[in-house]
Structure formats: structure tokens, C-alpha cells
Design a protein around this ligand. Structure first.
Ligand SMILES: Nc1ncnc2c1ncn2[C@@H]1O[C@H](COP(=O)(O)OP(=O)(O)OP(=O)(O)O)[C@@H](O)[C@H]1O
Length: 659
């Protein structure tokens, strides 16, 4: 068994299932599947050699049953996440071959029937999530044999019967069976998981307020019929005639206790009902807070992209994959934000067509990944249950009153142009400000230019760069045309997002004026784009935008980020570096090597470079307006017709391999 066994297992899995993510699994590009989306391998220096150890395909539109002899051949697999798909039963019968499996996440699929024996025979399972499926029948007592099991999520199925007491022999730390058809008493050792772990069943015993009937021991006098027991003196039969027709002291006490218990039960039921209603209402907000705290934790802890759940670690709908990432444990339960003030606990959508396409609850259920931390907050990619992908920006340190905030965000939402990133919705509370954008699958120009330096990357040709420059110029020109005081304030390559056709969309506009004081401490990567006259980044202008756009043009042509180490070593910025080289001679030295291969377009490249230099003039008045910049780019690059041709060509490029 080796990586090649894993490769063929994955290929047979791919041909049997054909999901969205699987179409990016490219067997011709590499003999190793380790760089395919969703796959992680062990290091080649590990004792067993390089093997596939993690397969994560959340919300990948997988909808047919997994056949035998596919996944089960990934015998070194430790984590398998197939949550939020449409997978039906059965699991492959050879599933138990995955004996190294630690984490199995199958939440929100269409699995039905009894919980499969093959899962119960995975001896090393630590985390198991089978929630939100259609599993039925009893909870097998064999769970008790999984001696390492720490997380067991079975909520939202149709399981029936008792909760086996054997479960208490597993070292469970997380447990949830809510929303099934279970009955009987809750085994004592599980009471610590709280009411929410058991709600929505017919269960009794701690932690529920419903006391099991066998625990209610009433005085004997109340229980028996017989000739004189309840009318007698409680001693059974020997009552005097005087007492006939009267209740004995014991009977009265019994009835009184019965009444009190009955009342308590009723009260408990009422409390349960109210709580579940309240929980439903408040979960969204609390979960957002807790979830985002979780995500934040990851963003802070590790800059790498990590798959995380956008769900509350503390609620019954707890995180799953998050817990399997490395050895880190997320803080649980915490993160409850007290939200005050009159605001609507819902997403506010823009535009009619997309109105209410999803709600906050959907967003909270989405799986999420940190895309990056920017000036105004952290951005996450969230995959909704139906597969829709959105980018969610959590703003930090917003420094304007609510009314002004809403007004500004709504002004941003009203802007529509094919070269502007589209703001779909926002969420506002005192503690959380979220912006939901359309997700751009190709990522940013920054990633495209500087992301992949390996041999496998596809160089970005002149036509593509010119088309991106023109699209971005059109987007910024549109913004500037709204009002002389409207400006972007943060033009840079990570804010130029690309569609799969490499169309440029300018994003992040309008946020500068909302930012709090912390945004004024400029990170290096932003500083390179900033016009020299800008001292407070919150006070932006159209002329300052033109300067930043000029830096962007120079970046496109030189392939150097404004923070490039070469520039830092020389202690100068990109515009000055370009000028210093160019002044000596209009040499091709400045251009990206990838561009120099296209000798034929050097003249155009030089003209665009000159435009970049003009835009980055020291004095704002010497910079051309954006409409002029756009016009010149059109002229230099041959306008619509030629670019359209270039785009057609770009479509052919394997988009996945360009990043
Ligand atoms: N809608 C989106 N689709 C895809 N990727 C996005 C989207 N929005 C942002 N990103 C990417 O997420 C990352 C973080 O974005 P974010 O806007 O938070 O920070 P930034 O662009 O690096 O800095 P700043 O906040 O100063 O704009 C960036 O790499 C950005 O390109």
C-alpha cells in the first residue's frame, strides 16, 4: 500500500461520484494527488512513506452511494469529511478497512437505516458526526467499545429506543442526540452534556426536568386499592368506623406530594418549551459570535487557510472539522455575545433578484475557511448547504454611529457595475458587523501575480493583464462617476478579484470611511499603494485612488508587489524604482519576465508603464482623472474587440493550475 494505491482509490472514487470539487482532481497533471483540493498527505519522510491522510469534501454536491473498493482503500486515512452532501446509504461494506480513521464527519447527508456496523468497527475513532441524516433504529451499544471516542453527534436523525448505558464507558467530551425519537431514561454519566444534548426526544432523567416514573416513589397508602387501604389508617384494613370516609394522614401526604410533583413537571415542561423557543431565536446571534470567535482564533493562530465550521462550538450544533485540525482545541462554549439595542437579527439583502436567497441561519450552518485578514477585518469563504459560496467579511473596529453605518453600507449596496465586486447583504448588531459578498472563485490579482511561483504555474500573458487593467479601471471610474466625493480608498491587487473568465471586479470599496482608528496604523502591504499626500487613510480622495491605481498598473507590468523585498532593500517604493530604471533608459528591465517573452507587445507595455508612472505623480493635480486613465488603457490595449479575443483565449487556460 502506497501513494499510488491511494491515487487509484481516489480516481475510482472520482469516477463513481463526480462532485463539484472532484472535477478539479486532475490525474494528468501530477502523479501525486497530494495537491488536489480537499486532500492532505503525510510527509514523505514519515515511516509509512507519503500517504493520503485527510480527505475533506464538504458541500461538494456528492450524491451517489460510495461504492466498495474506492475510499476504503485509503487505508492511511485519518480524517474523512463528507458533510453537507447528498450521500445516500449504504456506506461501502468494506468501510471498516479504514482502521486508521480518527475523525469521521458525515453530517447532513441522506444516510438512512441503522447505524452501520462498519462505522462501529473503526477502533480508533475519536470524533464521529452522523447528525442531520435519516438514521433509524436503536443507538448501538457497541459504541461503548470505541474506547477513544470523544465526540459523538447523532442529533437530527430518527433514532429510537433507549440510550445505551454502555456509552458512558467511552471518554466522551461532546455528545448530542437531540431531535430523535429516543425514550427511556438518560444514563447517569451523560447528564453532564446538558439539556440541549437530549431535547426533542421522549427522554427522562437528569439533566432533563422530567423525572423518570420509576424514580417517583409515592407512599404505599396512595398506591393500593383494597378494601380499606386508602380510607384506613394506613395500616391496611384495621381502620375504625369513625374514620370511614376520611383520608388518612399518609394518603393526604401522598396526594400532596403527587400534586407538588405534578406541578413541578408542568413547570419544567413550560420552561423547556420557552427555552427551546428562546434558543431558536438567540442561537443565530450567539452562534455567529461564538463561531466567528472560533474562526478568528484560527486566523490568529495560523495564517494558513483552514477549513472551519461557521457554527457555534458551544451550541448543540457544534463545530466538527475544526476540532480535527491539528492538535488544537477551540475554546468551547464561550463567545456568547450579549447583543443589545434595537437591531434586526437578520441579514439585510440588496437588489431584488438575490433578495432573501439565504438567511443568517444558513450562513451559520455553512462551512467556512479563512481567506485572509485585511485592514478592516477578516474575510471568510463560506459554503452554504446548497453549495452557494459567499465571502463574509467581519468588520473590526467600526467607528461610526449605527445610522451612518447603515446609510454608507446601503449606498455601497446600491452600486452596481460589472467591474465592481457585489455586496449581497449585511448584518448589523452592536457587536458584529458582517458584509456578505459574492464569492470570486479565482481569488485576487495579488494571488494570481504573486501566489504560485512553482514550475506548475501558468504565466499571466499580456492580453490577460491588459484586460484586468481595463476592467479594474472601469470599476474605479464607475465609482468616481457617482459623486466627486466618492472614492475607493484602498485600491490594491488583493482587492482586484477575478471571475473564472479573468474579468476584474474591484472590491472593498467604501469601507475606508467606516474604519476605526486602528485602520490608520498602516500595514506594510497597504503602504506601498498609498499616495504621498494621504496621512490619514480614512480621508481618501479620487486623486489618491488614481495614485494607487497607478501602483497597481506598475505591479501588473513588473510582476513586483509594492512591498517587494528588492524595493525594501533599496528603501524605495515601486513607482520610484520604476522611474529610476526607466530614466536611465526605456529599458525592458522593469518588465515581468513572463511578459518579455511576448516581444510583439513591448510598445504597448511601455505605453501602459508610462500611464502607471503618470498616475503615480507626486502632486495630485498632475495625475489624470480615472476616466482618462480608462480611455488610455482602452487605446493602448486595443479596446473591447481585441480584449474580447484575448479573453476567449484565457478561457481555455486551466484556471485551477494558474493559481
Ligand atoms: N469576494 C471574495 N471572493 C474571493 N476572495 C475574496 C473575496 N473578498 C476578499 N477575498 C480575498 O480574501 C483575502 C482577505 O481579504 P480582505 O479584503 O479581508 O483583506 P485584504 O484585501 O488583504 O486587505 P484589505 O482589508 O486592506 O482590503 C484577500 O486575499 C482577498 O483577495
Amino acid at each position: 500500500e502506497s501513494l499510488s494505491t491511494d491515487l487509484s482509490a481516489l480516481l475510482s472514487f472520482r469516477s463513481a461520484l463526480r462532485g463539484r470539487t472532484l472535477s478539479h482532481w486532475n490525474n494528468t497533471a501530477a502523479a501525486s494527488p497530494c495537491s488536489w483540493p480537499g486532500i492532505q498527505c503525510s510527509s514523505s519522510s514519515s515511516p509509512t512513506g507519503q500517504r493520503v491522510v485527510s480527505l475533506r469534501l464538504p458541500a461538494a454536491s456528492l450524491s451517489s452511494a460510495i461504492p466498495d473498493n474506492t475510499l476504503s482503500n485509503l487505508t492511511a486515512l485519518r480524517t474523512l469529511s463528507l458533510r453537507f452532501n447528498f450521500l445516500p446509504s449504504p456506506l461501502p461494506s468494506d468501510f471498516s478497512r479504514l482502521s486508521s480513521l480518527r475523525n469521521l464527519y458525515l453530517r447532513s447527508n441522506r444516510f438512512s437505516g441503522p447505524i452501520p456496523d462498519s462505522v462501529l468497527s473503526l477502533p480508533n475513532l475519536v470524533r464521529l458526526d452522523l447528525s442531520e441524516n435519516h438514521f433509524s433504529g436503536p443507538i448501538p451499544s457497541a459504541f461503548g467499545n470505541l474506547t477513544r471516542l470523544r465526540t459523538l453527534f447523532l442529533q437530527g436523525n430518527s433514532l429510537s429506543g433507549n440510550i445505551p448505558k454502555e456509552l458512558t464507558s467511552s471518554p466522551l467530551e461532546q455528545f448530542n442526540v437531540s431531535g430523535n425519537s429516543l425514550n427511556g431514561s438518560i444514563p447517569e454519566g451523560l447528564a453532564k452534556f446538558g439539556v440541549s444534548a437530549f431535547a426533542g426526544n421522549d427522554l427522562c432523567g437528569k439533566p432533563l426536568a422530567l423525572v423518570c416514573s420509576e424514580d417517583i416513589s409515592l407512599p404505599t397508602g396512595t398506591a393500593a386499592g383494597g378494601n380499606s387501604s386508602i380510607f384506613g389508617g394506613g395500616s391496611g384494613g384495621g381502620g375504625s368506623g369513625k374514620r370511614k370516609g376520611k383520608l388518612s394522614g399518609g394518603a393526604i401526604a401522598g396526594i400532596a406530594i403527587g400534586c407538588v410533583l405534578g406541578f413541578l413537571l408542568l413547570l419544567a415542561l413550560l420552561v423547556c418549551l420557552c427555552r427551546s423557543k428562546w434558543n431558536k431565536k438567540s442561537r443565530s446571534v450567539n452562534a455567529t459570535a461564538a463561531a466567528i470567535k472560533d474562526l478568528e482564533f484560527y486566523a490568529v493562530k495560523d495564517d494558513e487557510k483552514r477549513v472551519a465550521g461557521l457554527e457555534s462550538g458551544g451550541s448543540s450544533y457544534a463545530n466538527q472539522d475544526v476540532y480535527s485540525v491539528g492538535a488544537m482545541q477551540l475554546p468551547k462554549g464561550g463567545g456568547e455575545l450579549e447583543v443589545n439595542g434595537g437591531f434586526e437579527k437578520k441579514l439585510v439583502f440588496f437588489g431584488n433578484s438575490r433578495a432573501k436567497a439565504f438567511d443568517l441561519e444558513d450562513l451559520l450552518r455553512a462551512s467556512a475557511e479563512v481567506l485572509g485578514k485585511g485592514t478592516y477585518g477578516t474575510t471568510y469563504k463560506a459554503i452554504l448547504e446548497d453549495g452557494t459560496m459567499v465571502a463574509v467579511k467581519r468588520l473590526k473596529d467600526v467607528n461610526v454611529p449605527a445610522s451612518e453605518y447603515k446609510e454608507k453600507i446601503e449606498a455601497i449596496g446600491r452600486m452596481e457595475n460589472e467591474n465592481l465586486g457585489s455586496l449581497m447583504a449585511y448584518y448589523y448588531s452592536n457587536d458584529e458587523k458582517l458584509l456578505v459578498y459574492e464569492y470570486m472563485p479565482m481569488g485576487s490579482l495579488s494571488a494570481l501575480l504573486h501566489g504560485n511561483k512553482g514550475a506548475s504555474r501558468t504565466p499571466l500573458n499580456w492580453e490577460t493583464r491588459a484586460a484586468i487593467a481595463l476592467g479594474a479601471a472601469r470599476g474605479v471610474e464607475y465609482l468616481h462617476s457617482q459623486d466627486p466625493s466618492t472614492s475607493h480608498g484602498n485600491i490594491k491587487s488583493s482587492n482586484i478579484l477575478l471571475t473564472t473568465k479573468h474579468d476584474a471586479r474591484v472590491s472593498d470599496f467604501g469601507l475606508a470611511s467606516l474604519a476605526g482608528s486602528s485602520a490608520s496604523s498602516t500595514p506594510n502591504r497597504v503602504a506601498g499603494y498609498r499616495a504621498p499626500e494621504v496621512t490619514d487613510p480614512r480621508k481618501v480622495s479620487q486623486k489618491a485612488d488614481v495614485y494607487s491605481f497607478g501602483v497597481l498598473l506598475l505591479e501588473l507590468l513588473t510582476g513586483k508587489a509594492p512591498t517587494h523585498s528588492l524595493l525594501n532593500e533599496e528603501g524605495i517604493d515601486l513607482p520610484r524604482w520604476v522611474q529610476s530604471v526607466v530614466c536611465e533608459e526605456w529599458s525592458s528591465e522593469v518588465f515581468d519576465l513572463d511578459l518579455l517573452r511576448q516581444q510583439a507587445v513591448e510598445e504597448e507595455m511601455v505605453r501602459l508603464l508610462q500611464l502607471g508612472v503618470d498616475c503615480t505623480a507626486q502632486y495630485p493635480d498632475n495625475r489624470p482623472p480615472m476616466s482618462e486613465v480608462r480611455r488610455q488603457i482602452e487605446e493602448i490595449c486595443g479596446g473591447g474587440g481585441q480584449l474580447a479575443g484575448a479573453l476567449e483565449e484565457v478561457k481555455e487556460v486551466d484556471v485551477a493550475s494558474t493559481l
